[in-house]
Design a protein around this ligand. Structure first.
Ligand SMILES: [Fe+2]
Length: 135
């Protein structure tokens, strides 16, 4: 498993959001490094809490912009965010019950999210927001 490197491929062409997406990549890489070193059990609790905080502020940033600029895909997009928030909370609940084996599942889930959501759903608002001066 290789670490993820930020590239223009991930860019939604809005600075604040790109910076927040970089933070997610950093969390994924931190989890991967910890797993490689056999230390995932010690970082998992912390990463889950940071993911919960992250989904709160990051999704709020995107949703605020989409609403403010009347993005037509808002409802569909927000539904994906809400599902992701519930999923991360579910991971935290499972972790509290039994932390064993959860890091692989979490890592796979986050990588899938990164590729599906950023590369597909997020990129769809770029033109709408850029056209209205949001960069
Ligand atoms: Fe999003």
């Amino acid at each position: 498993m290789s670490l993820i490197t930020w590239s223009e491929e991930f860019s939604v062409n809005i600075k604040e959001i790109d910076n927040q997406h970089r933070q997610l990549i950093e969390m994924i890489n931190q989890l991967q490094r910890a797993m490689r070193e056999g230390k995932s059990a010690t970082v998992l609790n912390d990463i889950l809490q940071r993911l919960i905080d992250y989904t709160d502020y990051h999704f709020s940033t995107e949703e605020r912009l989409m609403e403010a600029y009347n993005y037509p895909g808002y409802v569909h997009h927000k539904a994906q965010h809400d599902a992701m928030k519930r999923k991360v909370q579910e991971f935290q609940r499972l972790y509290r019950q039994n932390p064993t084996g959860l890091s692989v599942q979490l890592l796979n889930f986050l990588k899938t999210w990164l590729n599906d959501h950023i590369l597909n759903t997020d990129k769809h608002y770029t033109r709408h927001l850029n056209n209205q001066g949001v960069t």
